[in-house]
Ligand binder design. Structure first.
Ligand SMILES: Cc1ncc(COP(=O)(O)O)c(C=O)c1O
Length: 374
């Protein structure tokens, strides 16, 4: 059997997502007992109160499909976001929603505009669907909104990651409004708000209102970042109610498991805790960026739970050097950002040890360069 030819044509050229070596492989390769993961922007601040109890409770109903839990989740998300429950499409994470959004809108040959650099899954999902992907380079760490709008003419979708991964930049509310206003007819914006929970409420564009008033927009959100549930897989889309049947047609019914739904609802129980946690992460991030600056390493301003640092030189040397010291970060060259490092932010005590490792490594690298030159 020739399986190659049985596959849909676009899949013959698409490479799957490569998560890189596993932690156990890395530990074995570098002889390390422990590695701190600062490479995937997972949460490092701990579970929200009530999550463990909610999961344990929900386990008692494991034999039942999550019909009621699904409806309850939708209702609670609606209350917290100011949307109507009929606008909420639960799913097992933004990753699954990227694929279902493409399943709803994209025919082979349709054009999709994405920024560069940005979250890698958009390109993979679009190419797997046979879309033509146009990548619009950022200007420094900021989106080139004019160029994105120019490329959007004749395109079906424009995907905006806001705040963007890996640059950490966020659009202002007025930049967003102007962008949406100028979006060419027939083109729909998909906004990945995975990191929007780190923005103060008053800075977030009011996209729920845009969706409600029928603007061409789909918003994707997750519980994987601020809420710390990446391992449970939980997210949702906010879409116009007229689009929900199409999402329901491409997604499995009750596609989120009970434990994830229960955990998500527990996270939303106390808005004051959410805000306190947001401030805690933002404080740790800004302090780490300032500390990096003190040791002479610049970084772009970030609105997310990571920092894009610019130590310069060969980022693979930095990656390796930090790994040998027990810290796994993301080399910028993976995104086309040579000489840069994306570092997930954790609690201050952890970031102090990361800073120490960065400073020691910088001294080692300088010493090596000087020795080589001498
Ligand atoms: C921009 C962005 N979107 C989505 C995701 C993944 O979201 P989820 O865990 O909800 O699938 C990530 C994870 O790193 C991300 O950086």
């Amino acid at each position: 059997m020739n399986f190659r030819d049985l596959r849909r044509a676009p899949l013959r050229a698409v490479a799957p997502y490569d998560p890189g070596p596993s932690l156990s492989e890395l530990k074995a390769r570098y002889g390390l007992g422990q590695i701190v993961k600062l490479n995937w922007n997972e949460d490092l601040f701990g579970l929200f109160p009530g999550v463990q109890e909610a999961i344990k409770d929900e386990l008692r109903q494991a034999e039942l499909y999550p019909e009621r839990a699904y409806a309850d989740f939708r209702n609670l998300v609606a209350v917290r976001t100011g949307a109507d429950p009929t606008m909420i499409v639960p799913a097992h994470g933004i990753q699954s929603l990227v694929f279902s959004t493409i399943g709803v809108f994209i025919n082979p040959g349709d054009r999709v505009v994405i920024p560069r650099p940005t979250y890698g899954l958009y390109r993979q999902a679009c190419e797997a669907a046979g879309a033509e992907v146009v990548r619009v380079p950022t200007i420094g760490y900021r989106f080139d909104l004019d160029a994105m709008l120019g490329a959007a003419s004749g395109a079906k979708l424009v995907i905006v990651c806001d705040p963007n991964n890996p640059t950490g930049d966020a659009l202002t509310a007025s930049e967003w409004e102007a962008f949406l206003e100028r979006l060419p007819a027939g083109c729909l914006a998909v906004v990945d708000e995975a990191y929007a929970d780190y923005l103060p409420a008053e800075q977030r564009p009011r996209r729920v209102d845009d969706v409600r008033t029928g603007r061409p927009l789909v918003v994707l959100r997750t519980f994987s970042k601020l809420f710390g549930l990446a391992g449970l897989r939980l997210g949702y889309a906010i879409v116009h109610p007229d689009l929900v049947p199409a999402f329901d047609a491409v997604q499995e019914p009750f596609n989120v498991n009970r434990l994830a739904l229960a955990a998500g609802m527990a996270c939303l129980a106390d808005p004051s805790f959410i805000e306190a946690r947001r401030r805690e992460v933002v404080h740790a991030r800004d302090r780490f960026a300032a500390d990096l600056g003190q040791v002479g390493i610049g970084s772009w301003p970030s609105q997310a739970n990571f920092i894009l640092a610019r130590p310069g030189g060969n980022d693979m040397e930095w990656y390796e050097g930090l790994l040998r010291r027990g810290f796994l970060v993301r080399p910028g060259s993976e995104f086309g950002l040579d000489g840069q490092l994306r570092i997930t932010v954790g609690p201050p005590a952890l970031m102090d040890s990361v800073l120490q490792a960065v400073a020691d490594l910088r001294n080692d690298l300088v010493r090596e360069t000087t020795t080589a030159a001498g």
